[in-house]
Design a protein around this ligand. Structure first.
Ligand code: MG
Ligand code: MG
Length: 260
């Protein structure tokens, strides 16, 4: 089922989106060499609770994971790219960290992910991986609007990633968002323009390009959740939740206040 938000739900979606963005940027500003992934999880929990929002992750138990997730944020380091389960690991200089967070405010969900490098060392390959996912996300958002089709977004994302030299894994991609986190329609990170569901005002979509430096194959970690590159190469992931409006697409997961 594809959910179309009512005009009264859109302000709640904006609230959820801004909260997710603010939490992610606050966490990014706190991450330094030596920060433990479990601290990031605790900080995320505290900010979600403080805001009166609900975590979409802590009780989440989908077919692709093992049991309830049990944490408030996904922390994926280096070769880990999706669903990174927070664990006792202290970040090192030059680590590439992806944080993925979804919360519900007033019954509406927003979902966003950012990737960044910890510390002073900025490995060139990691910088480019992050840049490519951010460019692909921007390309997908640029073609989203009323009357456009899901395939237009998929094509824009996939073309950007391919032209940057990366192959696309189609096991996981973007998705509809609304009263729950993962809804129809699926938004593949590759596709053909002019195909698929036609976008309508009130539709919320989470667009989320992710890539691995030299492979399109994933392996599941022994923790049952964390997905890693099959070759051990580095990876990156960028995600925004957007609302289709009469005028185009509104990015909901932008921070309200400036962050360093
Ligand atoms: Mg996400
Ligand atoms: Mg998502």
């Amino acid at each position: 089922m594809i959910e179309i938000l009512s005009p009264t739900q859109l302000p709640r979606a904006r609230e959820a989106g801004a909260l997710v963005a603010d939490i992610l940027q606050t966490l990014k500003s706190r991450c330094e060499v030596g920060t433990n992934l479990l601290d990031i999880d605790r900080w995320a929990e505290a900010m979600i609770v403080e805001a009166g929002a609900l975590s979409c992750y802590v009780d989440y138990e989908p077919s692709f994971g093992r049991g309830p997730f049990g944490h408030y944020i996904c922390t994926s380091v280096n070769d880990a790219v999706l669903h990174g389960l927070p664990h006792d690991y202290a970040l090192a200089d030059g680590d590439l960290l992806s944080l993925d967070l979804a919360v519900s405010v007033g019954g509406v969900v927003a979902d966003s992910a950012i990737s960044f490098i910890v510390g002073d060392t900025k490995p060139a390959q990691s910088v480019e991986l992050i840049s490519a996912t951010e460019r692909a996300l921007a390309a997908g958002i640029a073609v989203a609007g009323p009357g456009a089709r899901i395939g237009d977004i998929s094509h824009a994302i996939g073309t950007t990633l391919n032209e940057a030299g990366y192959s696309v894994n189609t096991q996981f991609g973007g998705h509809g968002v609304g009263s729950t986190m993962h809804q129809d329609p699926h938004v593949s990170n590759t596709g053909r323009p002019g195909r698929g569901y036609k976008l309508r005002p009130g539709l919320l979509l989470a667009l989320e390009p992710w890539i691995m430096a030299d492979t399109a194959e994933l392996v599941t970690d022994a923790d049952g959740w964390t997905l890693r590159s099959a070759t051990g190469c580095r990876t990156a992931h960028s995600e925004h939740t957007i609302a289709i409006t009469d005028e185009g697409a509104e990015i909901l997961t932008l921070p309200r206040q400036p962050h360093s």
